[in-house]
Design a protein around this ligand. Structure first.
Ligand code: U2F
Length: 555
């Protein structure tokens, strides 16, 4: 069946259910952004020019909100707890509904069993028939629950699963045996999925797919009125929980207060939290739309280092604020920081919000060393002098999210992550070092092969960095085309031996030893891998400005 865009969200709102603060938060958000989604649906509909879109049967099982996983989030919705995940799930549900798919939503193990058609009870009765869904979106908690209740059949149906995973999962952590043998074992990873089945909140781990969420969009009249009503000396602090304000924040808050009126939206029960200095005007935790109003007046939105990688800075920038945030020296990661410890990634987080730092940057974002009071002071003064317009990257608009999710559903499913990996060895006739891909006849791929640019990293450099520094992005789907002797030959690499091994830095070669290695385990193709002794073969691709998930010919 053909999927038809939907602009009426009432069926979706009924499906989300009631009885928990998290669900009420998500429904308020869906209602508030309904008009924005409808406009975006009409625009994308026109852009796709009647193109056929399959209607998919989709199950969304929100594991972290089930009672069975302990649901620690719901009780904290009105108390300053994390909301980013709920923002994202609300937007994923809306995007799938608006794109016209046949959607079922489950927020408990019982509902999950009902939708999958497995009898209630634990594990003993795996799903025997075909899977009644084309796609299942869930999270790590949900995955665990499916394993318990689908038993062995989970393995069979694995390729239909997508895991919403905020901070990302790198291939070395995802491959069970490899992770166990080489010290990458964590509480979360080891599911042996194709790494592109993990979908992140920001486009920070190209081994995974970028799902994202949306932010408020402004029309021209609103933009003008915001610019007229900006209060040049008004700052809002990023941190809705008192604990985010403690320890060592006084000195730079004092500097800030020298120049600006400081506002906060910190949750409190009866008394002002002692962590929040008296000069701060605290509004208490605000409903999302009231926070937006506050951000429309403010000139500066200032981060204290936590929470990492949340939605709020994008909302602030979209409302015409400048976002000031701390640079991390050294970068935070699972190797050196409690928050990231045990997360299935060794990604280095260079500031509170690396996406804001790297993809948006000046004049909307300033990333400075907060330990250097001179640098901090001059940043504040620069911010007060700088005029900025509200800005929202296309990938965080409703149209951008619909476009991306549409592309994933139509293209990743057709070739399906189970097959995305494809044959290990794809012969490439007439390959020359660069630009060679255009002459190649190969099986249909998505992203299309025309987007491939083969590069070689420096020693110690990952393919994430190598591609980035050449203005491209690493594309794990293209590894299969460059994991071969032809590619090495095309690059004129001197190899005394070419081995095929299981190691997440391969394909790569050592210049000194003239040793070349190809990858034997497709699940370990990794953009993130790096080693001081090896230069890596990197499958880069082009990307659209403001929609990094898609290449020029990807739609
Ligand atoms: C992130 O979670 P957080 O919820 O802490 O992320 P924030 O950026 O603070 O904001 C989430 C939403 O909270 C809203 C705001 C954002 O959309 O509009 N909000 C509000 O409604 N009222 C207020 O007074 C203040 C904010 C991240 F998203 C998670 O994935 C991480 O687990 C977490 C920890 O790093 O950080």
């Amino acid at each position: 069946r053909q999927a038809a865009f939907r602009t009426d969200l009432s069926v979706l709102l009924d499906q989300v259910g009631t009885g928990k603060e998290s669900l009420s938060f998500m429904k308020r958000r869906i209602r508030r952004l309904a008009q924005q989604w409808a406009t975006a649906a009409n625009r994308l509909d026109a852009k796709l020019e009647q193109r056929w879109r399959d209607q998919k049967k989709i199950l969304v099982h929100v594991g972290f909100l089930t009672e069975e996983s302990g649901d620690v989030f719901s009780p904290k919705v009105l108390k300053g707890g994390p909301l980013g995940e709920m923002v994202q799930w609300a937007d994923i549900l809306t995007a799938l509904h608006v794109l016209g798919h046949n959607l079922k939503i489950s927020m408990s193990v019982k509902e999950l069993q009902g939708f999958l058609g497995v009898p209630p009870g634990r594990g003993s009765c795996p799903l025997t028939g075909p899977l009644p869904f084309d796609l299942i979106y869930t999270d790590y908690h949900g995955l665990q629950q499916m394993k318990q209740h689908m038993g062995l059949s989970l393995k069979k149906h694995k390729c239909h699963i997508r895991v919403i995973d905020t901070f990302g999962t790198e291939p070395a952590y995802n491959h069970e045996e490899y992770a166990t043998l080489h010290g990458y074992r964590t509480n979360w990873g080891y599911w042996n999925l194709n790494a592109r089945q993990y979908m992140t909140m920001f486009p920070h781990t190209p081994d995974n797919s970028f799902m994202g969420f949306v932010s408020e969009e402004l029309n021209e009249t609103e933009k003008r009125s915001i610019q007229q009503n900006k209060v040049n000396n008004m700052a809002v602090v990023y941190g809705k929980e008192a604990s985010m304000w403690k320890q060592g924040k006084e000195s730079f808050l004092q500097i800030l207060h020298r120049y600006m009126e400081v506002h906060g939206t910190v949750y409190y029960e009866t008394q002002r939290p002692p962590e929040v200095p008296a000069f701060v005007k605290n509004h208490g935790l605000l409903p999302q739309h009231e926070l937006q109003q506050l951000l429309r007046k403010a000139k500066l939105f200032i981060g204290f280092g936590f929470p990492y990688e949340g939605p709020a800075p994008l909302e602030a920038i979209a409302n015409g604020c400048i976002f000031l945030q701390p640079k991390f020296h050294p970068p935070h990661s699972s190797l050196n920081h409690e928050f990231f410890r045990g997360k299935p990634t060794s990604r280095e987080v260079s500031s509170q919000h690396p996406y804001a730092e790297q993809y948006i940057g000046k004049p909307h974002v300033m990333t400075v060393d907060y330990n250097n009071s001179l640098e901090f002071d001059s940043a504040i003064r620069e911010i007060m002098r700088t005029k900025v317009e509200p800005y929202l990257p296309y990938e965080y608009t409703c149209e951008g999210m619909l476009e991306r999710v549409h592309a994933y559903i139509q293209h990743q499913v057709k070739s399906g992550p189970c097959q995305i990996i494809g044959p290990l060895f794809v012969p490439l006739p007439n390959s020359t070092a660069l630009g060679w891909a255009s002459n190649v006849t190969a099986p249909p791929a998505w992203p299309p092969l025309s987007s491939l640019r083969l590069l070689v990293s420096q020693e110690g450099q990952s393919c994430v960095e190598a591609c980035q520094s050449a203005g491209f992005i690493c594309e794990p789907a293209h590894f299969r085309f460059i994991n071969n002797k032809e590619a090495l030959r095309g690059l004129e690499v001197q190899c005394e031996v070419v081995d095929s091994e299981i190691n997440h830095i391969l394909p790569a070669f050592s210049v000194v030893r003239q040793e070349c290695g190809l990858q034997r385990e497709p699940l370990l193709f990794s953009c993130a891998g790096h080693s001081p002794k090896y230069r890596r073969l990197c499958p880069c691709r082009d990307f659209r400005r403001g929609q990094v998930a898609l290449c020029r010919d990807c739609l």
